[in-house]
Design a protein around this ligand. Structure first.
Ligand SMILES: Nc1nc2c(c(=O)[nH]1)N[C@H]1C(S)=C(S)[C@@H](COP(=O)(O)OP(=O)(O)OC[C@H]3O[C@@H](n4cnc5c(=O)[nH]c(N)nc54)[C@H](O)[C@@H]3O)O[C@H]1N2
Ligand SMILES: Nc1nc2c(c(=O)[nH]1)N[C@H]1C(S)=C(S)[C@@H](COP(=O)(O)OP(=O)(O)OC[C@H]3O[C@@H](n4cnc5c(=O)[nH]c(N)nc54)[C@H](O)[C@@H]3O)O[C@H]1N2
Ligand code: SF4
Ligand SMILES: [Mo]
Length: 679
């Protein structure tokens, strides 16, 4: 049996394991790595099953081109020549920014670098983005504004070195299971746990406090906590004085959020606000863990800034066991951001509007006139397609038909494009609309690196060959570049790409393959000798002083009314990942959760005559979908919860395309819905 050490393709926890291949080169299993810093010999159910989907017969194996309305097999030459000529033609007719690229947090750092370089160096557009937009774009904006860096401040190991954890909007045991395990261990060791999430997630069972506020009211709650902390003299005055600025404004804003007022907005009790404030602020070291419950709102940036304010007010930044810790979702979403698959920055967050950065990349890439305008995001690109302004789109490893808000709107936008290319490993509802479909190699079939939520850049290694004619994403991108007359994307291996990355990216300066062979390094890692950085902002913030950025409370965009009386929230379950392309093709995972379902509180179900496991119709102003009722007190009365894993009951038919004004993240966590029994 061949054993290949690689990194899990699912969540951002970044566990490593060995892929096991038999003599025919077929993947047959997974073996955990007992020495890995995070996994420590364990894996969650998705990790254990990560060998399964690469073998699935549905894999895309040949390029396809749409002819007379149908996708038919084509050669690589035909497909790539067509793409090159169509993209060129579109730009000549409608301008450089009439095309856009979606990159992928599922693919490697090297592949994200290649795609963003293709967009910028070859097609001269900054219209390049990826699913971080739908995920932690509020974090990137909010923490960059307050601290100067948009990443998780501390390490996963810090969970076991803290005295109090505030978990808010993160279903840690299901979505970052091996971080969830750490939280459980910490609690067993005496760490206090506050769970602020209105669903009764598994961590709620062991929490010292479980606060079930209304979705979308986090700013009121966090301001309430800060009000109490200041009033009761629990702030870290020394930290506030020496490490931060704009404290007076914070004081003014939170002064209005008495526990009574905060509690009234959140529909909890004033005592809960006071007790949570005391528990968090009196801990010697306290950390905040958050994820989508905080970010996916039309006021996601305000939520993130409020978390940062709370941490600064109590001096909980810049040391071990503390910090503001957004758990990054996808296996390589941290890396896709770091490598510049974003419309405003090159690698390492070097801004495209900055002339010196442009000059640096022009020299490195041997090109002229890199564009200086900030490009379209995933969400605004779909809107631009809908408005007829965007004409062509190249989607590499995303499934926007299932993952973007308001599916009818997304479909209408994609339908209006003159040309759509989708490069994936499986057929999806997005490939179904494409003019050209390109088959890619999956994680098990390639070399490269992923960067985990704790900024740890780790190796991904080839364990088997790709099926049929599928090729590595970076290789396809390089081939297309050559057809556009550019040789600067021709590499022999991902290692060569990483060597280039280290040259142009200060935070990745020391990430050479020989250094991360066994144990990955955490950025910033500026040079060959640097040991990596376990926690950020020690002694000084990246931006100098931490900036208090108080936010007033703003309600969500669409609240329940007589017609749509429920709050519908969407998210995930333990067994499936996102749009299900991989987990629904893994036998064991598929068996656990087979049908779309919606959680509803027993009181509501009773009132509406809805029975557990019976079909219901859920509708919003955008559309309706059928699902099976899951009657459970996991949710509070008046709230519904659905996952977006199922094509046949797609939650994003229902969701609202309202965006945060700065981060452009959609409001996936709150919209108004109606539910009734169905046959
Ligand atoms: N099994 C599995 N694991 C995954 C994924 C997957 O699809 N499946 N996806 C990965 C990705 S990309 C991501 S981003 C992460 C996401 O990981 P999480 O953010 O942990 O997952 P979600 O289910 O989206 O939402 C988490 C919690 O937010 C709560 N919530 C909703 N609205 C609010 C609110 O207004 N305020 C607060 N405080 N809480 C709220 C919900 O009740 C829910 O329990 O998971 C990663 N891991
Ligand atoms: N309603 C609702 N919608 C949401 C969310 C929510 O909470 N609620 N969460 C949002 C969040 S946080 C996220 S991160 C997004 C995720 O949105 P997406 O990234 O669109 O979702 P995925 O299913 O992860 O899509 C990844 C695609 O890449 C393909 N793929 C996998 N590996 C490779 C590879 O190596 N090469 C190539 N070329 N393709 C590959 C997969 O088959 C799949 O089609 O969804 C968002 N959408
Ligand atoms: S916790 Fe995340 S990285 Fe670890 S095995 Fe599970 S899905 Fe993979
Ligand atoms: Mo995500």
């Amino acid at each position: 049996m061949k054993r290949t050490l690689t990194t899990c393709p699912y969540c951002g926890t970044g566990c490593q394991f060995y892929l096991l291949a038999d003599d025919n080169g077929r993947l047959v299993g997974v073996e955990p790595s007992s020495t890995h810093v995070v996994a420590k010999g364990q894996l969650c159910v998705k990790g254990w099953n990560a060998f399964n989907f690469p073998n699935h017969p549905d894999r895309l194996t040949v390029p396809q081109i749409r002819k007379d309305g149908k996708l038919v097999e084509a050669s690589w030459d035909e497909a790539l020549d067509l793409i090159a000529s169509k993209l060129k033609e579109t730009q000549e007719k409608h301008g450089t920014d009439s095309i856009a690229f979606f990159s992928s947090a599922k693919t490697t750092n090297e592949e994200n670098y290649a795609l963003m370089k293709l967009a910028r160096a070859v097609f001269k557009t900054n219209n390049v983005d990826h699913c971080a937009r739908l995920c932690h774009s509020s974090t990137v904006v909010g923490l960059a504004g307050t601290f100067g860096s948009g990443a998780m401040t501390n390490s996963i190991s810090c969970v076991e070195e803290t005295d109090c954890i505030l978990v808010t909007g993160s279903n840690t045991t299901e979505q970052h299971p091996l971080i969830g395990t750490r939280v459980i261990n910490a609690v067993k060791g005496g760490t206090k746990l506050i769970v602020a999430d209105n669903r009764k997630i598994r961590l709620a069972d062991i929490a010292d406090m479980h606060i079930r506020w209304e979705n979308g009211t986090d700013v009121a709650f966090l301001n309430g906590l800060m009000h109490v902390i200041i009033k009761e003299g629990l702030a870290d005055d020394e930290f506030v004085r020496t490490r931060t600025e704009n404290y007076d404004e914070l004081k003014t804003v939170v002064a209005e959020f008495t526990p009574e007022r905060a509690a009234a907005i959140c529909k909890i009790t004033p005592e809960e606000v006071v007790n949570a404030a005391r528990m968090y602020a009196t801990a010697e070291r306290a950390m905040i863990i958050y994820s989508m419950g905080i970010t996916q709102h039309s006021h996601g940036v305000d939520n993130v800034k409020s978390c940062a304010n709370l941490a600064m007010l109590t001096g909980n930044v810049g040391k071990t066991g503390t910090g503001v810790n957004p758990l990054r979702g996808q296996n390589n979403v941290q890396g896709a951001c770091d490598l510049g698959a974003l419309p405003n920055v090159y690698t390492g967050y070097q801004k495209v509007v900055d002339e010196a950065s442009r000059a640096k990349f022009e020299k490195a890439w041997g090109v002229e006139n890199l564009p200086g305008n900030v490009g379209l995001t995933v969400t605004t690109a779909i809107n631009a397609a809908f408005d007829g302004e965007l004409k062509a789109l190249y989607v590499l490893g995303e499934n926007p038909m299932m993952s973007d808000p308001d599916q009818h709107h997304v479909k209408a936008g994609l339908d209006k494009l003159d040309f759509l290319v989708v490069q994936d490993i499986f057929p999806t509802p997005t490939t179904a609309l494409a003019d050209v479909v390109l088959p890619a190699a999956c994680y098990a079939e390639k070399d490269g690196t992923f960067t985990s939520t704790e900024r740890r850049c780790q190796r991904v290694r080839k364990a088997c060959d790709p099926p049929g004619k599928a090729r590595q994403d970076w290789d396809i991108v390089g081939d297309l570049a050559r057809r556009m007359g550019y040789d600067g994307l021709t590499y022999n291996s991902p290692k060569e790409i990483m060597d280039e990355i280290t040259e142009v990216t200060p935070i990745y300066g020391g990430m050479h393959y020989d250094r991360i062979d066994q144990v990955g390094l955490q950025w910033p890692c500026p040079d060959r000798e640097h040991p990596g950085t376990p926690f950020l902002h020690k002694g000084t913030f990246k931006r100098g002083l931490g900036l208090f950025s108080p936010a007033p409370y703003k309600p969500s965009m669409e609240l329940p009314d007589d017609e749509y009386p429920f709050v519908l929230s969407t998210g995930r379950c333990y067994f499936h990942f996102h749009t299900g392309t991989m987990t629904r093709r893994s036998r064991l995972l598929d068996r656990e959760e087979r049908f779309p379902y919606i959680e509803i509180h027993p009181d509501d179900a009773k009132r509406l005559g809805i029975y557990d496991r019976f079909p219901v119709m859920v509708s919003t102003r955008r559309g309706e979908v059928k699902a099976l009722a899951r009657v459970s007190d996991i949710v509070i009365p008046g709230h519904l919860f659905m996952t977006f894993h199922f094509e046949e009951g797609a939650a994003n038919v229902l969701t609202n395309n309202a965006l945060d004004p700065v981060a452009k993240i959609p409001e996936f966590k709150v919209c108004a819905a109606q539910i009734k029994g169905a046959s």
